[in-house]
Structure formats: structure tokens, C-alpha cells
Design a protein around this ligand. Sequence first.
Ligand code: ADP
Ligand code: ZN
Ligand code: ZN
Length: 679
Amino acid sequence: MLPERILNIALDTPLDTCFDYRWQGEEGAAVPQPGQLVLVPFARREAVGLVVAVKEETDVPPEKLKDVLEVRAQLTPLSPEWIALCRFAAEYYQRPIGEVALPGLPKNLRIPKTVALDRALKKFAKAEPGHDPAPRDMPPLNPAQQEAADAIAGASGFAPKLLYGVTGSGKTEVYLQAAAQVLMRAAERGEPAQVLILIPEINLTPQLEGNVRARFPGVQVATLHSGLAEGERMSHWLEAHTGRAAIVLGTRLAILASLPHLKLIIIDEEHDPSYKQQEGLRYSARDLAVWRARQLGIPVVLGSATPSLETWYHAQSGRYRKLTLRERAVRDAVLPKVRLVDMERDKPGEGLTSSLVSAVKRRLEAGEQSLLFLNRRGYAPVLSCDACGWISNCTRCTAFMVLHKPEHRLRCHHCSLELRIPRSCPTCGNIDLQPLGRGTQRIEEGLQHIFPQARVMRIDADSTRLKGSAQAAFDSVHRGDVDILIGTQMVAKGHDFRRLTLVGVLNPDTALFSHDYRASERLFAQLMQVAGRAGRTAQKEGGNASEVLIQTRYPQHPLYGAVMAHDYDRFAAGLLEEREQAGLPPFIFQALLRAEARELQTALDFLQHAATCLEYPGITIHDPIPMTLTRVANVERAQLLIESPSRPALQHFLKAWMAELRATKTRAKWSLEVDPVDI
Ligand code: ADP
Ligand code: ZN
Ligand code: ZN
């Protein structure tokens, strides 16, 4: 008799089930295993699925049971641990497992044709992998760094660590040292090993990748991020999946990579909001990393100068061990002095106070670099008419269209609608339209006026649209071809700018009064991060000490006081107390149900139904409300917040609730986010 099995297969569909198919092989054929990819007929097309279980029987009647078309036997099966990770993520975030497992795979693995896969495997078979993990040119660590690296790498079993180190304290060296120890020890035992390093920003990959490759010339290093071309993505993924890559560097999506020999996970800048995926499977790469480390019984390290309150809370309670680096690693490099500039007294012209202008001037004269940070791109957030009060509202969103002067456009940053800049007011014909407020483009223009001789460069999402242009821009900053850098959060994170001695923060106040309770935590982290770009090398003989100037209308605000004192501990303690009193995370667990529709009422009606369809002990369901940015691209949006002091209770509720909601007829489109970060 020919071998026959029932394969339970996960497909990338919004349906919360896996499907049974029949597999029938030739005589003596190897039986498929869980973790293999297969091609099956599905809804009048062919789809690639993941085998999650192999069985003898099924409830599907024989006449309905379809046959597997093809088993991708050329690819090593994905491991049971990897499937378990996908299963956990699917259950925790309330999505079907196929929607977790499949979209994370390279596209060439998910298409019916295998030409690209076979070609990649062939090329791959020829390449000789390196396997000498001995590191090169490792600088001697200072005692605090050494202690941290030893503690991370020396741990056995699941051992979460918070590496709490001020900006410039040399956290990267600790990661590299810990990685080296883990890889070397495995090599001594003759075992394969892999280290995963997660970073928040795609733009930080080249800096770290260069570093890692130079230090580990004898092993394969693979990168995984959304900027890779399809072919690269495929070969890098294969390097990780086959275990050839000993070190994998990546952005959040890399946490779902197949890493069969994973022995250490490092999450750099763990507080960074970009670890949270904001669409589709709304996962936190940081949380999944900790879960994955626990599952595998391996060490995991979360690094930050300004840890997220969740992580800080775990470190305070002893669940995570805290390793502290109090000082900058480079000899004589000190944290910059932070000064506040009161904008009520020192009124800014061109967005810059006279104090900041003279500080920039001093740096120019000394041949040092300045960085001005403004988290708002474009020229001006609004264009307006003084005569009749017209303002550049987006016709499709509850938002303004932003003036982009170099591009001669008004652009909506939410729906990407673009218009030519009107020559005159669309309502009254007035030709004197006024830009209101300032974005990076306008500051750049102002700087060129004030400092005509200076080399000014702007780095933001607009200036770096072309592939490779961000890297080119950062390279020219590192080479010293730039005197004044103006940029958004793109420039605030992680970069090791050696020539930079002054940071100016232009307009941080809006975040002080945000309705989002996380806004102050984020602002604090952002200010500490951007401040941390200054003074990363020793002060020159007789040179100016590095400094940070923050322009504000609220110089008395305690948040700025904490920034001036570089005092995260106190700030975090205060915030945790507030959160505990207000019953906010990390003292409570949340989920957010969002609904959108052409009519706001449709969305609200659905949420109202959702709010009342299921009662559950220990769960608080708030009232449905329109989102702050209610309309985007002509779609009205509303949300409903769910809370519980118990994570298991919340999880149980969500499971039952999702079943109810999936069975509900509505014209609204809806989605659920567990542990939301933007409320
Ligand atoms: P962080 O990530 O903590 O902000 P980095 O890892 O970027 O800090 O290190 C800051 C600077 O200190 C880098 O230029 C790095 O080369 C340097 N550095 C790190 N460790 C040492 C050390 N032990 N001795 C000398 N310089 C070091
Ligand atoms: Zn007008
Ligand atoms: Zn719009």
C-alpha cells in the first residue's frame, strides 16, 4: 500500500483554523514532517502552507478532502520550537497561526513556483561557511562592561538581564563580548550556536554590521530587515534557517526568523517604540524575544539608557537582573551638560533662540558639529490665509496638509494625498498665504540664512527617500563633511557621531501635554537619546565642553529637571508611582479594539455591540470613543479599551470575545491590539 497521511496545514488566511489535506506518496517515500512547507489547492488557487501536524485520521469527509500538490522537501523543516513560537504569538495576539508563520517567510518561499528557492539553495550549497568564532580586535573592556558581559554570557538557562547603561557607556562592546563568549564556548564543545541581535532602526544596521563583521571575520553574519531586496532576503533567511549564520542582526521582524541554534538574544535600545509592529500581527518583538529565550532556556539581554517602564519594573522587582554602566566608555568622555533655554525670555527667530544660535556659532568656530533635533518634517505643518481664515485641511483626514517647500507640494502625512501649493487662497483669492509653524525644511532654510558659510544637512524621511541616501548622509556626517545637522528622530537614535559636541532640541513641549499617558516616558527617552549623541569623545584640549540646549516654554517642568540631571532612576520611580495610582500599565494589562468604517456610527455601533456582548469577571470594558485622529483617507475610526489586572484573565476573555466578534455581522473593519502602545 502507498504511504498516506493527513497533514494539518496552516495557511495565510484570516480564518482561525488550520486545514486537513491528504498526502499520498510513492512507495517508500519519506513521510512529511511538521515544519515542512507544502503546496496545496485552496479556494480555487494554489497556496503554500506550513505543516503543523501529521495525523492518521481526519473528520473531513473523504469526498471533501483535497490532496497536497507538492512537499518542499528540499528545505529543512522549520523546527518544533519555531512552530511553538508562532503558535504562542498567534494565541497571545489573537490571530490565526498561518497569519503569523507565513508572512514572516521570504516571499520566494511562499509562492507556488520553486525556481527562486532552488536557485538560492544551489548557490548556497557552493558557498563555504566560516566557522571560527574567535573575535578580533576586541578592545579591553572596563570593569563594569566586563562584569556585564560575563554575567550575560555566563548565565545558564533562561536569564533575562537589563543592561542599563548611559548613552556612550559602550553597550555595544558588551553585546559583542557576550556574543563572543557564547559562540566560543559552544565551539569548544563542538556545538553549533547562533546569536540574535535586534536593533530598532534599519538605518543603524550598517554601523553595527560593519562592527560585527570586523570583529568576527571567521563566522557568517546575516542581516534581516525590511530594506532587503527579495533575493537577499531569501539568502539571508536561509543562512539563519540552516544555522550557517552564527550572528543574525535585524530589526523587529527578525524575532520571527528561524534560528535552530539560537543561544543568546540581545535587544538593543529595548525601549524603542519601533519594536512594536503597528499593523497586521501587532506584536512586540521585545516581548516575543523574552518569550523565545524562556522557551529555549537561553540568556536574553535588554539594553537601554532609558528602559521602558515595563522592563524597569521587572528589573526593580528582581525578575530581570539589572547590570549597570554608569559612565561613558571612552576615556574622558562625559555626559553633556543640559541647559534649558526659556523661549518666553529668549524669543526665537527662525525657530532658533539667540542662545542656541550663539552656541552653534561657537561650535562652528571650533570646527565641531552641531545637531538640531526637531521631530517634525516638512516646511510648515499648516498653510493658512490670514484674510479669511482658510487653512490647509486634508479633505480626506482630520489633519492638516503639511507644506513641503522643496517639493512644491502640500502633503498629508496620513493618507499621502498630494496637491500643488495653491498660488492664492482657494476661498478668497488672497495671494499672501502664510506657513504656520516650523518643520525641518524651514529650519534648514533659516540656518542657511544665519550661517551662510556653514555646511548644513537635513536628515529626515523626505531627504532619504532614495535607497542608500540615508547611509550616504550619515557617512558624510561621520567624515566631517557636515557642520550643522538638522533632523527628526532618525538622527536621534544610536549613532556614534564622534565630532558632535552640541545638540539643540527645538520644540519638545507638545509632548508634555499629550493625552497619551506614554508621551512623557517617550519624550524623556527621546531627549536622553538625542542628548547622548553629543560628547562621545574626549573633550579637546582647551575646547568647549559638549552641551545640550533644550528650547522650552516650561523650564520648570519636572521632566526637564530629570533630563538635566540625567536622572532616569528618579524619573522612572515617579512615573511608576503615577502609573500604579492611576491603574495603568505595567500594573494593568490592556487590549484595544479598533473599528473603522465609512460612517463613524457604523464603527461605534460595532464597538458598542462588542462592549456588551460578553461579560467576564475581572475585565473592565470602557466606552467606545472616536480616535483622536478620527478620519484617515475618508475612513472614520473608533476604539474600545479593555483592561484587566490579570493577564491570564484578559487572555481568556479575549479568546472567547474574538469568537463572538468573528461571528458578528458588521460593515466595520476591525482589529485587536494586545498590549497597545498608542492609545
Ligand atoms: P552606547 O551603545 O552605550 O551608547 P557605544 O557602544 O556606542 O555606546 O559606545 C560608545 C563609544 O565608546 C564608542 O565609540 C565605542 O567605540 C567606545 N567604547 C566602548 N567600549 C570601550 C572601551 N572599553 N574602551 C574604549 N572605548 C570604548
Ligand atoms: Zn482666504
Ligand atoms: Zn489625508
